[in-house]
Ligand binder design. Structure first.
Ligand code: NAD
Ligand code: GLY
Length: 356
């Protein structure tokens, strides 16, 4: 088993990564605060993995909240539904929530944990590639608003993250590809060697080789833990983790949550960010081509929806959480392995890359 620590003083926690962890009692017991545990999951993940998890939680007083599946349910209606069930089940301040599912369940459960009685402990058990490499780590929790993605949320760290890579065996190929967008992101913003490893090992990953998966999940969690430990609340370097997200969130909101997967929108957003970088002469043509080629290699879309032009993108991007004093801040690569946060993407460049 690999263990990575997110170092945040008294809020530090471990991320454990291995095969067959879901059934392991020891992964959970020291992080559960009292006898009472409530598992939050959805109707797709529940039949696949709840039984294994209940084995690991044997001996505790466990109940289950099951939500409808999908990004369109990451909203205040489901927040309210979970809270009601916690109250009906007499959850208390030392009740531990366990989020079993992908990023939607993790973000929503984390936000409920942050708010319920002003904060109760929670454990992340991510079951998608995207949630294993990104959303379960770092304490960003949120729900969507019809006017903007993740607009209502809190920074709230889990007690631990338990990553069982075996759960990826049942993940649909499209969801796996969406997770690869966030994996490629780490290569572009932080680690050129890792980017090259991905280029050279794409087939092993697509074949779900356990060794390849463990390496990738571990490297991504290491990078994320390092960045979050330096900048928990995104005053600086953490913003780099949003590469592709400003454009991507616009696509998700415009298309209706759940129609483009989050990772697909991020993949396409990274292509747009790379194109802006190339227009600014910040990256070479060969770096641009390598970024687009790797994103394409994992069957991610590299073109925005046909009807989306500059005006439509701008309408959505005005709501981005990175807008400060009215200026949109973009994450733009400056090489493979490096990126910056900048307001300096000129209107003519944006028009050029967004109007096709
Ligand atoms: P998701 O949670 O919707 O999961 C994708 C689909 O896979 C769902 O249908 C789900 O039920 C299903 N599923 C989950 N595990 C499965 C398994 N093992 N086998 C078969 N099916 C499985 O989507 P996601 O891509 O995991 O997460 C996307 C969300 O994460 C977005 O809401 C995004 O905003 C958020 N996110 C948050 C952060 C953060 O830092 N908090 C970072 C990145 C993304
Ligand atoms: N996924 C972006 C972040 O965690 O900061």
């Amino acid at each position: 088993m690999s263990t990575i620590r997110v170092e945040l003083g008294e809020r530090s926690y471990p991320i454990n990564i291995d095969s067959d962890l879901l059934t392991s009692k020891s992964s959970f017991e020291e992080h559960v605060k009292s006898n009472k545990v409530i598992v939050v999951t959805n109707d797709v993940v529940k039949p696949l993995y709840l039984k294994s998890l209940l084995g690991a939680l044997e001996g505790l007083d466990v109940s289950v909240v099951c939500l409808p599946d999908g990004e369109q349910h990451k909203n205040l209606t489901q927040f309210d539904a979970v809270t009601t069930q916690l109250l009906e089940q007499h959850a208390a301040r030392d009740t531990t929530l366990v989020a079993l599912g992908g990023g939607v369940i993790g973000d929503l459960t984390g936000f409920v944990a942050a708010c319920f009685q002003r904060g109760i402990p929670f454990i992340q058990v991510p079951t998608t590639l995207l949630s294993q490499v990104d959303s379960s780590v770092g304490g960003k929790t949120a729900v969507n608003h019809p006017l903007g993605k993740n607009m209502i949320g809190a920074f709230y760290q889990p007690q631990c993250v338990v990553i069982d890579i075996d759960t990826l065996k049942t993940l649909p190929a499209r969801e796996f590809a969406a997770g690869m967008a966030e994996v490629i992101k780490y290569g572009i913003i932080y680690d050129a060697e890792f980017f090259q490893w991905l280029e050279e090992n794409a087939q092993g990953l697509k074949d779900l080789s356990p060794e390849h998966l463990k390496f990738v999940v571990k490297r991504c969690c290491e990078i994320k833990a390092e960045i979050v430990s330096k900048d928990e609340k995104e005053h600086g370097i953490r913003a780099l983790l949003n590469l592709g997200h400003t454009f991507g969130h616009a696509i998700e909101a415009e298309q209706g949550y759940g129609n483009w997967l989050h990772g697909e929108a991020v993949g396409c957003g990274m292509v747009l960010a790379a194109k802006a970088a190339f227009k600014k002469n910040w990256i070479s043509k060969s770096d641009l081509d390598r970024m687009i080629a790797l994103i394409k290699l994992f069957e991610l879309p590299v073109e925005a929806p046909e009807h989306m032009n500059y005006d439509i993108f701008m309408q959505h991007m005005q709501h981005d959480k990175k807008v400060l004093s009215g200026a949109i801040r973009f994450i733009i690569p400056t090489a493979i392995g490096e990126a910056v946060v900048t307001k300096e993407v000129e209107q003519d460049i944006l028009q050029d890359i967004l109007n096709r």
